[in-house]
Design a protein around this ligand. Structure first.
Ligand code: S3P
Length: 171
């Protein structure tokens, strides 16, 4: 098992990035950080509150600043990104420069939407189904630039997905 590999999880909102990251960090016994939570802890505001009050462009620039800060300061080797982080070329370059391997958790829109609907997390960019679907379709090309692709579907738990990732990447 190669313990040096750093993993960043990307994929659409509701696909389960944070849960898979939690299992990965337990399986690999390494630290993990959730980028949204890292931002919220430091800004002392919810991501949704930042987007609603200051706009998406402001949030995107904060996201890049905090990604940079995480990459410079943290020892964590598992990172769950926000659903839009990887779609920004500057963020992709930062992750590559810090030798993070990216994993796309790939799923159908309906699967993500079901999770979004049942989740307590407020997601300003997914408050209505039509705009969320549009975003989902626009982003597929960017997500597909990730190093690894793993399918997420109903019937597979986040534990199963993490197990698949460990088996494939770390074997
Ligand atoms: C976003 C996804 C959210 C959060 C923000 C914007 C996006 O994270 O970063 O609301 O642009 O897809 P999750 O993917 O964890 O929901």
């Amino acid at each position: 098992m190669n313990e040096d590999i750093r993993i960043a999880l990307t994929g659409f909102m509701g696909v389960g990035k944070s849960s898979v990251a939690r299992h990965l960090s337990q399986m690999l016994r390494c630290q993990r950080v959730d980028l949204d939570m890292f931002i919220e802890d430091n800004e002392r505001r919810r991501v949704a509150a930042i987007i609603d009050a200051d706009g998406i462009d402001h949030y995107r620039s904060l996201e890049t600043q905090y990604l940079q800060r995480f990459l410079n300061e943290s020892d964590a080797t598992i990172l769950s990104l926000g659903g839009g982080t990887w779609t920004n070329a500057a963020n992709r370059d930062l992750l590559k420069a810090h030798a993070f391997t990216t994993v796309w958790l790939e799923s159908t829109f309906e699967h993500c939407w079901l999770n979004i609907s049942f989740s307590r997390k407020d997601r300003p960019l997914a408050r209505d189904k039509q705009s969320a679907l549009k975003l989902f379709e626009e982003r597929q090309k960017d997500y597909s630039l990730a190093d690894w692709h793993f399918i997420v579907r109903s019937g597979l738990t986040s534990y199963d997905v993490a197990r698949n990732i460990v088996d494939e990447i770390f074997s």
